[in-house]
Write a protein that binds this ligand. Sequence first.
Ligand code: ABU
Length: 377
Amino acid sequence: MENTIVNSWNEWDPLKHVIVGRADGSMVQAPELAVQRDWPNHGFPLNTYGELPKEMEIKANEQIDNFIKILELRGIRVDRPTPINFNQTVETPDWKQDSMVGCMPPRDVLLTIGNEILEATMSYRSRWHEYLCYRPLLEKYFKEDPNFRWEAAPKPRLDDHSYKKDFMETWNALNKEERIERAIKADWILTEAEPLFDAASITRFGKDIFMEHSTVTNLAGLNWLKRHFPNHRVHKALMVDETEWPVHMDATWVPLRPGLVLANRVRPPIEKSMIDLYEKNDWEIIQCAKPAHDKPAILSHCSEWLSMNCIVLDTKTICVNADETAQMEQLYKLGFEVIPIDFYDVSAFGGGLHCVTADVYREGTCEDYFPKQIEGF
Ligand code: ABU
C-alpha cells in the first residue's frame, strides 16, 4: 500500500499497513513506584537496571526482520519507529526516572480506531516518553492522509498521587485467596487521580471496544475513553488471573474473526455480563491451547501466555509464534492458514506478535458485531 490512509476498526479485517517495533536499545527499566524488576539469576536483581544484553537484542531484531519479510511478501506495508536513547534519565516537573524501556511494542502505546491513532497515556514513568519514537511516523501520516485524526490522551502527571502508597509491600504479604479477592475488586496499584491506560488494555470489535481494568489501566482511563469515543460502546473487562497481575488484553481475550474469540484459560472474565454479551450475539468463546513454555522467557516481564499473542492478517490467515505448536494446531483446525513465525527471542523486549505491531490500515468499515446489548454492561 503506497498511499497512507489510516483506517482500522477491529483485529481481523485484511491488514495492509502496519507499524512494527524494534528491539534496539531496550532496557530492563529502572525501578519506579509502579514497577520493580527483580531478576537476580539473570543479572538484574532488585533495584538494578540496564540495557538488555546485545546478543539478545541481535537475535530479537533478526526475528522481527524475518517477520517483516513475511508481511511484505504478502503485500503488507511496514513502517518502523525511531528509537531514542532509552538509557537516560527522564523527568517532568514532578519526577525523575532513571531510564526508559524501549520501542518494541507499539501496540502498547498506539490505539487505532477508524481514521484515528490515539497515543495512550501509559502509566509507568519509564514509558511516559515512549510516544516520541512514533512521532516521525505520525507526523508523516498527518501530512499524507488529510483525514487522519492524530490524537493524544492527556499526558498524565504520574506524581505520587497516581499510585497507592505501600501497595507492593501489602501485595507481597497477601496469600493466594487474598490476592484473588483483591483482583476481583481490581484493587491494583493505580489510584483514580487521573486517567491512565495502555493501548494494549483495549481490544477492538468495530462498534464495541473492550478495555481491561488492570494494573496499567484505571477507571478514569476507561471513562476518558468512553467520552472520547461517544459513538462506540466501551465495555469494562475484568479478568482474573490467579497467579499474575493483569496487564493487557492481547494475551487474555483475542478476537480471531467475527463470531470467534480466543480466551485465556486462566484469565476468565469476572463479570457474567461479558459472557452473556458474547453468547447473546452468537459469538463462540474458545479456550486457548496450553502454551509451549511453562514460564516466561528470561528477562521477560510478559507471561507464557504470549502463546496466544497472535496477529490476524485477515479472517483466514493468522501469524503465531512457531514454538506454539498446540496453539497453531488449534487454529488450523478452526480453518485458519497458520503462519509460524519464530518469535520467542523477542519476548524479553516486551511481548509477542500482536505487541510488536500497531495497525495503520485494515480494509473495512465500522460494523456492529453485538447488536444485542446487555443493560448496564
Ligand atoms: N501485551 C503483552 C501481554 C503479556 C501478558 O499478558 O503476559
